[in-house]
Design a protein around this ligand. Sequence first.
Ligand SMILES: Cc1cc2nc3c(=O)[nH]c(=O)nc-3n(C[C@H](O)[C@H](O)[C@H](O)COP(=O)(O)OP(=O)(O)OC[C@H]3O[C@@H](n4cnc5c(N)ncnc54)[C@H](O)[C@@H]3O)c2cc1C
Length: 459
Amino acid sequence: MTAFKHLLSTSPLASARESASSALGSLKPGSGSKPPRYSAAGLFVKGAKSQDWPRVWREVDLQKSYDVIIIGGGVHGLATAYYLATNHGITNVAVLDKAYLGSGGSGRNTAIVRSNYLTPEGVAFYDRSLSLYNTMSTDLNLNVMFSERGHMTLAHTDGALRTMRWRAEVNKLQDINSSVIDADEVKKLAPSLDTSPNTRYPILGALYHPPGGTIRHDAVVWGYARGADHRGVEMHQKTEVYDILCEGGSGPDGKGPGGKVTGVRTNRGDISAPIVVNCTAGWATTISDMAGVKLPITTHPLQAAVTEPVKVFLPTVVVSGSLHVYVSQTDRGELVFGASVDPYATYSMKGSLEFTEELAGHVLELMPNIGRMRLLRQWAGLCDMTPDYSPIMGFTPVDGFLCDVGWGTYGFKAGPVSGEQMAEAIATKATPKLIEPFKLSRFATGQLVGEKGAAAVGH
Ligand SMILES: Cc1cc2nc3c(=O)[nH]c(=O)nc-3n(C[C@H](O)[C@H](O)[C@H](O)COP(=O)(O)OP(=O)(O)OC[C@H]3O[C@@H](n4cnc5c(N)ncnc54)[C@H](O)[C@@H]3O)c2cc1C
């Protein structure tokens, strides 16, 4: 029974099913309480009574109007909907997605979370997200499998070590647990790494951040969707936004600066709303263009790969900027690899042989002993890159059109804080302090938030 309980509490599939089927009662949309907790008892009772598994979120008819329309059913859109309902009581909200919830980067990422960024603005922002992740399983009544296993960014050059020291100092000033360690300590933390001085890029040290780790990305998407649904928010999958409806703007069809949003046109008809939020990450500019708002974003593919499962031997997340690779091991034993974005702009999500070859070569320089492991699969997602590697959040020159985009390769970890802050912006009609530095106008005023040194490969 102990093993059975463990399975229930750690398997996301089991969790999702059990959640949906909880014997504690059916979902009560709009009730304000948390959705029922998944429990072994719930699973047992459902099974004994041969009851069907209820949906984790409802399928309801699309209305003609809402108070808020959120485009994009990834972690950002769903978290915004969840916090609008939970923190501000705004529940007449629809999340629209052209595919299925989590079909974008939110279901394709490598699930790394951390807060050891380079700028004080970035550190404060991502740290708030990490603290929301810390309590998420309790807040959403769903096990999101947060594994606080530490995050290590390797330094192979004196220049890299200098940046790590800089980051560590910025981090410490904001009470973030982050410090530079030497090659011997690296070896102790991850014995499988080749720390000898004879490699092409010897490991000189690392920035070590114990609070970093991984979280089950699907569970986060399902948890926010379930929590938002429980409070009355509607999720509409297979609902593609074709156009943003505006009036009074300086551009064609009333779009552009000075105008205001009146709704959206979709494959299922027009829907009116005074507030429309763009949470579409890799597709961010396609949506903003529809409102006449220009964003300094280019979309690039980012690829990742996973091996067959083996006995757990890598206890921490390891990142090497110089070798353009990072790796962590799942609880099931698979090694999950990622890299930096492909250098060309495209909306294609195809994997490439070049990526696999380069990845394998670089990984073997770090861990020569895994040469016989086999790759199980590879995949790609889209990343919306800004010039300073920081997001674009909040209000735009079109009244009622808000953006939560520019998430590049680092947006999964920012999901909770982004949702919380965007919800506050919508509810209070004012930009919260935490996201003030990330407003669109910084590209006109030159107040960039340069995070490339901490975000290019680190994720
Ligand atoms: C391989 C890979 C690894 C990554 N690893 C990490 C990591 O370890 N840590 C980390 O923090 N970040 C990581 N990221 C980045 C992270 O995944 C993204 O930044 C994040 O998921 C963005 O979430 P989102 O909710 O903003 O957008 P998404 O999850 O991409 O959702 C956008 C949604 O918008 C929908 N959409 C688009 N156009 C329309 C339309 N016209 N109408 C309706 N819906 C539309 C899409 O269908 C999609 O579901 C990684 C990304 C990739 C690709």
